[in-house]
Write a protein that binds this ligand. Structure first.
Ligand SMILES: Nc1ncnc2c1ncn2[C@@H]1O[C@H](COP(=O)(O)OP(=O)(O)OP(=O)(O)O)[C@@H](O)[C@H]1O
Ligand SMILES: [Mg+2]
Length: 365
């Protein structure tokens, strides 16, 4: 087990910058998700940590030791790609033990390690079965067994659930987190799926065009997005943004959205000239007949326990997650009220949150 620390890590392919000055620390036993859309540099970051790709500049430390120029084989890291690639002609025992056999470990020790691993994964009763006849869940456990039997310091996983169907994916998300809770190996898990990241990770690094936009716990990333990009990427539907040109002064209690005054907590700083966006998540909106911000219902999506209703307002279409016990007619006028303690404010030019503008630090908790 180990800490992983990366410092100002950068990777260029020719003049193209795939990863730009990334810095973060994953503490011993933590599960980090590298989350972002296709092409943002997740795999490249992971391959540099694994030693499969040399950084253009920057440092990688494993357990305090600078491993930036160490070969992959000298890093004691298990890299798991697709979890499904098993050797079909070998039984479960041989599949799990294979990495130890190729390391030249004595057979008695391999036997002991394989049995221990199988017990951990609750597949000790199928050790002598052929893998070709196994159900999906057991196959996945065998594949996991092969990764953990080496007892590496860290696991690096690149979209390991990539090709699975939705139901089985959900099962494996749970399974992987359970396994992590038992063995506590430092893990870096690459995914483009926010639900996987939110459900499994202790920390999430949200990436965009080679840059880490935010590094934090799932709760921090969701409730205090550092940028508009993060606020938009996380959450389904994502955060709503209402743009306005500021004239905001310290002490103001409302903002003017296209002529409609909307209450906010007391503004803590002058934001005179800036182009701003007020952000609110769909679940922090409720319908109120007396709210000054009004719009026409544009569509609704029934989700069982609640519904997402899209409302066309002067500030654009706003989506609200509201109880499912009422039907809305298309075109019906509704008033929108925001939970003022959950509002966020962003500078549109930089895309960054101005966290201190609406909340003193202890109130923004
Ligand atoms: N060997 C390479 N040579 C040139 N460009 C590369 C190379 N490897 C990756 N890239 C580019 O770097 C960028 C980041 O690639 P990377 O594979 O890290 O993205 P990713 O976040 O893992 O995306 P995906 O979700 O599609 O797997 C992409 O634009 C990719 O085309
Ligand atoms: Mg990738």
């Amino acid at each position: 087990m180990a800490d992983i620390r990366i410092e100002n890590l950068r990777k260029q392919f020719g003049s193209f910058v795939a990863v730009q000055d990334s810095s973060f620390t994953i503490h011993d036993g933590e599960f980090l998700a590298l989350l972002g859309p296709s092409g943002c540099g997740k795999t490249t970051t992971l391959r540099m940590i694994a030693g499969l790709e040399l950084p253009t500049s920057g440092k990688i430390y494993l357990d305090g030791e600078d491993v930036t120029f160490n070969r992959a084989s000298a890093r004691d890291i298990a890299f798991v790609f697709q979890l499904f690639a098993l050797y079909p002609h070998m039984n479960v025992r041989k599949n799990i033990g294979f990495p130890l056999l190729s390391q030249g470990m004595p057979r008695a020790e391999i036997r002991q390690r394989v049995e221990e691993t199988a017990r951990l994964l609750q597949i000790d009763h199928i050790l002598n079965r052929s893998v070709s006849g196994l159900a999906g869940g057991d196959r996945q456990r065998v594949a996991l067994g092969r990764a953990i039997v080496r007892r590496p310091k860290c696991f690096l996983m690149d979209e390991p659930l990539g090709t699975l169907d939705a139901e089985f994916r959900e099962f494996m998300v749970h399974e992987l987190r359970e396994l992590h809770n038992r063995i506590h190996a430092t893990t870096v898990y690459v995914t483009h799926d926010q639900h996987e990241a939110m459900a499994m990770a202790d920390k999430i690094a949200v990436m965009n065009h080679g840059v880490i936009e935010q590094f934090g716990t799932p709760q921090e990333i969701y409730s205090k997005p550092a940028t508009m990009y993060v606020a938009d990427f996380i959450g389904s539907p994502p955060m709503n943004f209402m743009r306005f040109t500021s004239g905001l002064k310290t002490g103001a209690r409302s903002v003017s959205l296209h002529g409609v005054e909307v209450n906010v907590p007391e503004v803590q700083q002058d934001l005179a000239e800036a182009e701003l966006a007020l952000g609110v998540r769909p679940e922090h909106i409720r319908f109120s007949d007396t709210a000054p911000l009004r719009g026409a219902v544009y569509g609704s999506e029934y989700l069982g326990t609640n519904q997402v209703v899209a409302v066309d307002t002067p500030s654009g279409v706003i989506k609200a997650r509201v109880p499912a016990n009422r039907n809305f007619r298309i075109g019906e006028t509704v008033g929108l009220e925001f939970n003022p303690t959950k509002l966020a404010l962003f500078d549109c030019r930089s895309g960054r949150a101005i966290a201190s503008a609406l909340y003193s630090e202890e109130r923004h908790g």
